[in-house]
Write a protein that binds this ligand. Structure first.
Ligand SMILES: C[S@@+](CC[C@H](N)C(=O)[O-])C[C@H]1O[C@@H](n2cnc3c(N)ncnc32)[C@H](O)[C@@H]1O
Length: 438
């Protein structure tokens, strides 16, 4: 059994995990923690560096059957921990998740005494008796010693687990692109871009395949499906093995946030287009930059100047060489709290809807059957939400919405099965959908 410590927007974290491990079984879930079964440890560790919305990954070695009411429960935990201490001095940390029945400071001090009595040389590294920050887990090498311990009470069991993976926070600093990243363009937060890439890699691709295989006796489609069937089995093999590395495309690529994150995530084939030639040139520079500072496996990439309204003109799409579209809306104008008003927003909605109407129309025409992960805006004006109504109509006409969570999972996304995201200082919300063309 594994435990994932989730980010602040925990629904996004869980959606990412369901996408990467569609067969996982949820044992327990709250806003901080997800306990799951049915994941292979080897596979998990291979994919771990690409699970961006999980803070820590933990392996549950043991669940102690005790409601915390018997006096021995603390020593049972200390006994469990002691087996991880070596002869040489070992650092450790104990983290509490909110369903814990004792004071963390007392518990840490008791543990220290307990181990001292056993002549074990140990030192807890929790600062101010609080849960330890991720970077400290790395600094104190607690993954190597398996001595970052975590505790939660669930019903009559105490789950205790050891951290086996922690996110590499430092790699975020490396993403500082300086001048070539202009906030006015409305860059997608890298973290969200990563998550959207992962949402595109899931099994619903399989169901979209059945749509392709239903060729309605149409000669040209039949030809496509015979071509695709070899690709499909290749894809299926890859999918069964682990994380899929299949070409993705961003048709509003701007500064390539999505595609740069795909390179960092070891994708080897990526495509982008944008209506603005400056963006096309800048993103080429960004690619060279990212290739230099991050290890990668990039073999093929192409970025062209293209109006997304004419998306069907690009042969790579017609020939079904793209396996997922991952993109965000075109931000006509960035609105800040003081500059936003209803009139401006409504104007923007109309322009955006015209682009998207054509965009989906052409995707349907060329039978684009793979996942489309797309983020649309809605606006907050004086504490009221102004929804992008036009886009819901367009989606209804051209797409099916693929859910992020299984039906029986108690936490659902929004009413329209989307995921919501907002940066604290912004007036625009992002609404993320996984779509397939009908
Ligand atoms: C908000 S930016 C995308 C930012 C990008 N996701 C990033 O993080 O770097 C939107 C981009 O869409 C492009 N754009 C606007 N209208 C377009 C159209 N009709 N076809 C293609 N690109 C378009 C703009 O030039 C702009 O670079």
């Amino acid at each position: 059994m594994f435990a994932f410590e989730l980010w602040r927007e925990y629904r996004l974290s869980v959606a990412e995990l369901f996408s990467l491990f569609p067969k996982m079984e949820v044992v327990y879930f709250d806003e901080k923690i997800l306990l799951v079964n049915n994941i292979e440890e080897n596979e998990l560790l291979k994919i771990a560096p690409k699970i961006w919305w999980t803070i820590k990954i933990n392996k549950i070695q043991s669940a102690i059957r005790d409601s915390g009411s018997s006096p021995e429960w603390q020593s049972t935990i200390f006994e469990y921990m002691k087996d991880f201490f070596q002869e040489r001095k070992t650092n450790y940390a104990i983290n509490f998740y909110w369903k814990v029945k004792t004071n963390q400071k007392d518990f840490l001090l008791k543990s220290k005494k307990y181990f001292a009595k056993l002549w074990l040389s140990t030192r807890f590294v929790n600062q101010d008796f609080n849960n330890i920050k991720s970077y400290l887990v790395t600094k104190e090498k607690l993954i190597d010693t398996q001595t970052d311990f975590n505790i939660i009470f669930i019903n009559s069991e105490i789950f205790i687990w050891n951290t086996i993976y922690v996110q590499d926070i430092e790699s975020y600093a490396k993403r500082d692109f300086g001048k070539t990243r202009d906030m006015q363009i409305g860059m997608l937060p890298p973290k969200l871009a990563q998550m959207m890439i992962n949402l595109s890699k899931n099994e619903t691709m399989l169901s979209s395949w059945t749509i392709v295989k239903d060729p309605l006796n149409n000669a040209s489609i039949t030809k496509q499906s015979s071509r695709d069937s070899s690709l499909h089995s290749e894809w299926q093999n890859q999918f069964n093995n682990s994380y899929t590395q299949l070409p993705i495309y961003d048709p509003f690529c701007g500064l390539w946030t999505i595609l740069l994150e795909a390179i960092i995530a070891w994708d080897n084939e990526i495509y982008g287009s944008d209506i603005n030639e400056d963006m096309v040139q800048t993103t080429k520079k960004n690619i060279e930059f990212i290739k230099d500072i991050f290890e990668n496996d990039l073999k093929t990439y192409e970025v062209i100047n293209l109006d997304a309204k004419n998306i069907a003109n690009w042969p790579i799409l017609k020939n079904h060489m793209i396996w997922a579209i991952v993109t965000e809306w075109y931000l006509w104008e960035i609105f800040w709290k003081l500059s936003i008003n209803l009139e401006k927003v409504e104007k923007q909605r109309i322009i955006l809807a015209q682009i998207y109407e054509k965009f989906f129309f052409w995707l349907k025409r060329i039978w684009f059957t793979w996942n489309i992960i797309i983020s649309f805006p809605f606006w907050e004006i004086k504490w009221k939400y102004n929804y992008f109504e036009e886009i819901y109509e367009i989606i209804n006409e051209y797409c099916v919405i693929s859910k992020f969570f299984p039906d029986n999972f108690e936490v659902q996304s929004s009413r329209s099965w989307s995921l919501l995201y907002k940066r604290p200082d912004q007036t625009v919300w992002r609404e993320i959908f996984r779509l397939q063309i009908k």
